[in-house]
Design a protein around this ligand. Sequence first.
Ligand code: ADP
Ligand code: ZN
Length: 432
Amino acid sequence: MYFDKAEVLDRSELEKLQAERLRKTIEQAANSPYYRESFKKNNIDSSIIKTVDDIKRLPFTTKDDLRSQYPYGLLTKPLDEFVRLHASSGTTGTPTAVFYTQKDLDTWADLMARSMYAVGVRRSDVLQNMSGYGLFTGGLGIHYGSERLGCLTVPAGAGNTKRQIKLIRDFNVTALHIIPSFALYFAGKVREEGYDPAEMPWKIALIGAEPHTEHTRQKIEELLHIKAYNSYGLSEMNGPGVAFECTEQKGMHVWEDSYIAEVIDPETGEHVAEGEIGELVMTTLTREGMPIIRYRTRDLTRFVPGKCKCGRTSRRIDRIVGRADDMLIIKGVNIYPMQIEKIVMAMPEVGQNYVIELFREGFIDQIKVKVEIKDQFFVEDMRVLQGLQKRIAAKLRDEILVTPRVELVQRNSIPKSEGKAQRVIDLREVEN
Ligand code: ADP
Ligand code: ZN
């Protein structure tokens, strides 16, 4: 069961299509000031692409390249031809702007509709989009995809949990789009408002936009009584709808008729061996207004080996382990926030939120993990809590090789933002 036959093409057919589209993309990109210059410098034109594998001969495009071309340097057409712009949420610094022609928006909506179909959303569903609208692509991207699929679409936007619940009940909402860290918080609020999640009409949640672990997904599924599916995208590649889980929940299918995905060693730029973790590099194949070639996403993942049981032939990427930008170096050791999430979210006593604080003691960097504990464990006596604190610290030490301080806090005592969660708070500069 698929939405578009592109999802089930034979590998050889698909690669032929990719090579064709890559050549066309190079020709289109050459109309932009940035790529015209870059192709001239590197002596590149579309004829060097005989097979998809020749993509290796093209130079990378980095976030800094995009920033240096801000705002119009990658546009292949006069501004008149464009109808929308989005910007990355700026989680990791200066934003970049992305422009879409009407055709680009149509292609994107089709990819989004396909993604939602893959996890069982149908036109009879009512979908509530609980992510922020505005420049963030998770708003309008999901919105138009949902309409394209034919769902009644509730553009609720972020925050305001009481109103979210009312809309869900009033309109019998069966599918949610919700950011994972917000989903955990929302689950608590639903109970506080006196509702039993098992009695809510929802069945399917699309969760994405930020890294989260398998345990976090399971927690969301249990707390909300819902099936939660991982959704990957980035504004430089349109937004959501780049890679999406199917109902198997074993990795995210990359829509390879629209994107070429590569996984490289960030140091050497070479492809890693099949199944190994590296940096995801993405190329647009169906974007006319602002094609981007070999974009260094800085997201770390791997290709899931083998075929998916669902029958789709496109390759799958594993959940994102973290962003290269998120890496912390504490006492000389490299640590990713997801390593910490993996440990804490797997502990039954832990509730719905955590935060990592970095601080300095003397000249030494220290790491503290604040963890929200479920209400029932807070009534325990001091010794039990201290034991738990020690256990969490020891498990974390085994994973990250540094012993962190652990502080147990009550539910909702860690501030919750409406958008992507800020997992790391760096207090080191402030204290100096
Ligand atoms: P920003 O870089 O400002 O957050 P975007 O809003 O374009 O910009 O977000 C894209 C980024 O969000 C991706 O590069 C990735 O780091 C993260 N992201 C998106 N979806 C997922 C997901 N399902 N799992 C993990 N990380 C994700
Ligand atoms: Zn599948």
